[in-house]
Design a protein around this ligand. Sequence first.
Ligand SMILES: Cc1cc2nc3c(=O)[nH]c(=O)nc-3n(C[C@H](O)[C@H](O)[C@H](O)COP(=O)(O)OP(=O)(O)OC[C@H]3O[C@@H](n4cnc5c(N)ncnc54)[C@H](O)[C@@H]3O)c2cc1C
Length: 503
Amino acid sequence: MNNQSEKSSNGKIQNVVVVGGGTAGWVTASLLSKVLGKSINITLIESDKIGIIGVGEATIPPIISLNNALGINESDFMKATKATIKLGIQFENWGNKGDSYMHAFGEIGKNFPFCEFHHFWTKSQQLGDQSSFWDYSLNYQAAISGKFSKINNIEGTNLPGISYAYHFDATLYAKFLRQFSENLGVKRVEGLITKVNQDPQNGYIESVDLEEGATVKGDFFIDCTGLAALLIEKTLSTGFDDWSQWLPCNRAVAVPSESTDKIRPFTRAIAHEYGWQWQIPLQHRTGNGLVYSSKHMTDDEAKEKILSSIEGKPLAEPKVIGYRTGRRRKQWNRNVVCIGLASGFFEPLESTNIHLIQTGAIRLLKFFPHNGIKNEEIAEYNRQSTNEYERIRDFIILHYKLTNRNDTQFWRQCQQMEVPDTLAQRMELFRESGKVFREQEDLFTEIAWKQVMIGQGGAPHDYHPLVDSLSEPQITELMANLKTLINRTVDKMPSHDEFIREI
Ligand SMILES: Cc1cc2nc3c(=O)[nH]c(=O)nc-3n(C[C@H](O)[C@H](O)[C@H](O)COP(=O)(O)OP(=O)(O)OC[C@H]3O[C@@H](n4cnc5c(N)ncnc54)[C@H](O)[C@@H]3O)c2cc1C
């Protein structure tokens, strides 16, 4: 077989095969059919024998733009997927046992030209103000009050309103998108792939054989086979960057439970001795899971811990899932692009996996090689994906590194570990100067970084000099006015429960 990196195929791409029908497969098929459905043929292969991973319930705000791009009606989507609203993630016991803060979506306070709000908050803290950073977050105040309303701006001001995402049943989302894609002409083939056939010259994938005897040919393949990574790894041996030296958890046990009285509009991420636990409220049940390091905890201990700490009655047996944190070395190799778990995995701490499916599929649309595969395009696609993955990696590591917990060996190791330089520099810059900057492929905005750093004990020592252009009484007045505006807005909002009932 020749070295493919020396070659480009000049053949037009007409027949696209999506392999896998989980969230990754159906999101990709939906976007491709919506945008390119008139010019390409799309086939999706999935195997009921294997099924889908069937976990993954929390998302982040960009999912709204995905649904909008597909033209999906929000009420239909929320009904079909039993969705609730998510205003942020409450992190408990991370910086210290007993601590709690939220990565709330949306902005906090009021930013000034050249000087963001947290600089004013830092000064006001130095003046003796006891208020929390989150007193100035509309999302946080609405979340803890169990309120929700779609507002773009705080009334009578240009301050941003509510920013939200969803908790939903990912299995139902895949079903919903299957119908959507089939309506747009995607052909679904049921069958277990038993053999992958490559061009002996360049290693490109030509077809896949199904157990029942059929062969499905294609010009371009999208590997959405989940942790199996059937094409990108088992066939093309692309390689995997393992990040477990920074992210030590490698197993999760998931169990759904009966809903409790009130449905909270936020996710809970509660740190425990050897990892953390999630709690995600849906309309019909609560999703729970325990993420842990197998070096410190057995599966049986994890099952026992999760069953003893969930709020409602369990609705199924706990399901253990093993994983490796990291990413495929190339997201695009020869005529295969991988999306979803086939392309890499992050523990669901910041709900990034479904988002990475969305950005992978959108990137593929931007780079779609309709006139043949060019090595330059592959290289740029892979560069962008690498940057995106690495910036998310740093953000997730931050949660483990920035802790004062030393109650177990697990947390002591996290506290002492060497982190990637890119992260170390960001942490240092913020601590010393209060400055934080977002890079181009960064998913998480400055405000997300600030919340985790402040929330876990890394509040800045200094603030921007522009703050001193306001007198102390002016700063006090600014802070008080902002609080009043936010509280008044939350008071007028209906409850999240009412919003869900209306849906
Ligand atoms: C414990 C846990 C919690 C998570 N929580 C979240 C969360 O809160 N938020 C979030 O964004 N993400 C979360 N995720 C990630 C999320 O579950 C996945 O990103 C999402 O489900 C996408 O999965 P997938 O489509 O890549 O793979 P899968 O759902 O596993 O689908 C793989 C598909 O490939 C098919 N297939 C495989 N091999 C073959 C074969 N030989 N022949 C034919 N078909 C085949 C299967 O039949 C299936 O259709 C979580 C993941 C885990 C493990």
